[in-house]
Design a protein around this ligand. Structure first.
Ligand code: ASP
Length: 439
């Protein structure tokens, strides 16, 4: 049995959290590969080390400020952890090198990656595990895409000879050795890449919550925890995953069918959420979760005989592609089509509607802002009658008007569009309809 364990920033924010993480690792011999984030916030008004590094780099490389002064609070964070853990290592040489490279303008990715790099050195020393620099085993193509083939081969062969290692999260390197990071929260992705390369039995992702909740706790009071969720369901609920697991983290392990277990460093005995390829047990609830997001815009296009006009949608999509606008949904009628896009994208490209008009010559085109989307997701709804009815009944009893409906062909989700102002109420009544009524 081999497990890859990734610890997020809040799980390594100070020496106390480090000790909790180390205890978790030591109590299970199969936790052999550790992926640390940079130290996160110690309290709500604290600053993550990654953010400190971005600010420091900007001050040194762009504003010409004194590098030693700017870097001092960052060094203090790490030195504090080393001292409190009673370790004897010194990172002074590393700091010198980093400061010199900031002056030489090595770039923001290099700067941001140093949080994970330094934390990895401390973690490896504390655990007595080998330190492996991701710059030597995780690769990006010259145009900045993650190079999975090269990484997989290289990482697998290096780790083959190393029984226990710490591999910092968040970054790798271009072929020429320059550092490149994943997007924010990217240590989750590193954990998944490592798990795939060594064909781990499990990828444990340790964070500060005990898994995914069935609904947003800011809206629903004490929502239930999702015990098991499939990769597909999680994708459909991706509005919800934000903040717990990086969206891209499921892809490397998904192909190898390695499960991910979201666990809480501050409550290690809680089972957390298991993310699996397939759930062979009958689902616990008919629905697995409810997630949604506000601030969408719907562009509605009407044109006589649209249904027989070949290339109509392609022309619209070409406009969207050229302007780098992605769509959320495209519900269609016979002579009508609606495109749901993020309102922020519409504001970024204010003439997007004119451009669509030019290529489609519609009878009518209109835009409505202030739309929210809610996804009700669950494999339990497959081939089962009456699920949509219950969603609609809940909304109708709450006097909420449904603007649009979309059910994916996988029968895994029902998406409803409503007005932003109805959003919170809608999530609550759908949750109540499915979960409270089960009790
Ligand atoms: N430290 C990085 C960030 O704050 C990456 C991570 O924590 O996953 O985004």
């Amino acid at each position: 049995m081999v497990k890859v364990v990734k610890f997020g920033g809040s799980s390594l924010a100070d020496a106390n959290q480090f000790r909790k993480a180390a205890q978790i690792i030591r109590e299970d011999k199969s936790r052999r590969y550790v992926v640390p984030s940079a130290p996160g916030k110690r309290s709500s008004d604290d600053t993550k080390v990654t953010d400190m590094l971005y600010t420091c780099y900007d001050a040194v490389a762009n504003k010409g400020k004194n590098a030693y002064n700017q870097f001092a609070p960052i060094a203090q964070r790490f030195d504090g952890i080393i001292k409190d853990l009673g370790l004897t290592i010194s990172l002074d040489n590393e700091y010198e090198q980093i400061i010199e490279n900031f002056r030489k303008k090595y770039g923001t990715d290099y700067a941001a990656s140093r949080g994970e790099y330094l934390n990895g050195i401390i973690m490896a020393n504390f655990l007595g595990y080998e330190f492996i620099d991701p710059a030597k085993v995780i690769f990006f193509t010259p145009d900045g895409r993650f190079d999975d083939t090269l990484t997989d081969t290289c990482l697998a062969s290096v780790l083959h000879d190393v029984p226990e290692a710490v591999i910092p999260g968040f970054y790798g390197a271009y072929p020429d050795g320059r550092i490149k990071t994943f997007s924010r929260g990217g240590s989750d992705v590193t954990g998944s890449i490592v798990a795939k390369a060594i064909n781990a039995d499990l990828y444990e992702n340790w964070t500060d919550v005990s898994g995914f909740l069935m609904a947003d706790p800011r809206i629903v009071k004490d929502p239930k925890t999702i015990e098991t969720i499939t990769y597909k369901e999680l994708r459909e609920l991706s509005y919800m995953g934000a903040g717990v697991l990086h969206e891209a983290a499921i892809f490397p392990v998904r192909s190898a069918k390695i499960p991910i277990n979201i666990k809480n460093t501050n409550d290690p005995s809680a089972p957390g959420t298991m993310i699996v390829a397939e759930n062979n047990n009958p689902p616990e609830h008919i629905i697995t979760g409810i997630a949604g997001k506000k601030h969408f815009s719907v562009i509605s296009i009407e044109k006589d005989e649209m249904n027989s006009e070949v290339g109509f949608l392609r022309r619209i999509l070409t406009v969207m592609e050229k302007n780098n606008v992605s769509f959320e949904h495209i519900p269609t009628g016979i002579d009508t089509m609606s495109i749901v896009i993020d309102t922020a994208d519409k504001e970024r490209v204010p003439d997007i509607v004119d451009k669509i008009c030019e290529v489609t010559d519609p009878n009518n085109i209109s835009v409505e802002d202030g739309i929210a989307l809610i996804a009700v997701v669950g494999t339990g709804m497959r081939s089962r009658r009456g699920i949509a009815t219950r969603v609609f009944a809940a909304l109708s009893h709450a006097d909420i008007n449904i603007r649009m409906i979309d059910q994916g062909s996988s029968e895994l989700n029902i998406i409803v569009a409503i007005h932003d102002s109805d959003f919170e109420k809608a999530v609550q009544v759908i949750y109540d309809m499915f979960i409270l009524s089960e009790n």
